[in-house]
Design a protein around this ligand. Sequence first.
Ligand SMILES: [Mg+2]
Length: 375
Amino acid sequence: MKITNIRCVPVLCPRKRNFGGATRTALGVAAFSDYTIVFVETDAGITGLGEVDSVFKRRGALLRHDLTAALVPAVIGEDPFRIGAIMQKMDHALDGVEEAKAGIEMALWDIVGKALNTPLYNLLGGKVRDRVPLSYSIPFGDPKDMAELARERVKWGHRTVKVKVGSEDAARDVAAVKLIREAIGPDIKLRVDGNMGWQTAKQAIQVIREMEKQNLELVEQPLPAHDLDGMAEIRRNIGVPLMADESIRSPRAAMQVIRRQAADIANVYVTEAGGLLNASRIFAMCEAANMPCMIGSMPEFGIGTAAQIHLGVAMTNLGPDSDACGVLYHQEDLLKTPLRIENGFSYPPEGPGLGVEIDMAVLEKWNKAAQAAAR
Ligand SMILES: [Mg+2]
């Protein structure tokens, strides 16, 4: 089989609004998801679907440029079964931009699954579990509003709530965590995500020690991605597990985090890792280091979320509840048949490959929105 063509379709989809405005975290403001849908076509008539998502500064049109200028030309003519070799070709064509590579890579797995007529999870080792338990993230807002949203999501079925912290107002962050704990009660797991918002280990330790009083499950990425010494210092000085997110984007980065004992848990992304192969390698490295992993979100649409769920049911060391429910953060999704996401769990589609189909009317609408925004 050969890859004959790759189409990259820009899309713009509004996020759900929170507290009367756009979603805010320590990473910035997000009103829309400016992503790209990827169609990888083959001479066998099988088309693989992928999604390019990013919340980081290189996103949207910049990643589309990376795709069309460097990655797509490197992949045309290749055999889609040779995923490792195609990853090497893409890495050779362009450093970094894992999110763009992941969009093509997940489409390759989709093609292989369709060709072998089996769901993607069977290509990743098969099911270890039937479903992926879900956390829900509460963005910045008035602490009372944040507590109300947390209560709603727990009522819906989440057994874990993640509070976005690391804002410039540490007292507000601490107050929000306290109010949310009161709102959700003692039995729901409560975690905080600094999204690299704190400047120094000392500052982070001081705030985390205040938040720990609310029986935290874990603390996620308090410091910038590169500051592994700072992460290790925090880890030694707080009473709850420390989870690396932005620090652990690639297998190479995972090796550094493990060597320098900079985290207890890893938040692994399909997108940040450059696809499912690298993500599964990070899972394996962490398992060898006795570190549980969870699956993180950008947040994805249905295609990318399906990839996460297939990974999630197949990885042996999936630990803390995952974020494999990006569609819940958007106003609508683009799948013909919605993913089964209910009562706090995501379930993998059972069709071949990713097992998802695109509703072309929604795709066209989102594409028009992207074109209008570009003018
Ligand atoms: Mg995070």
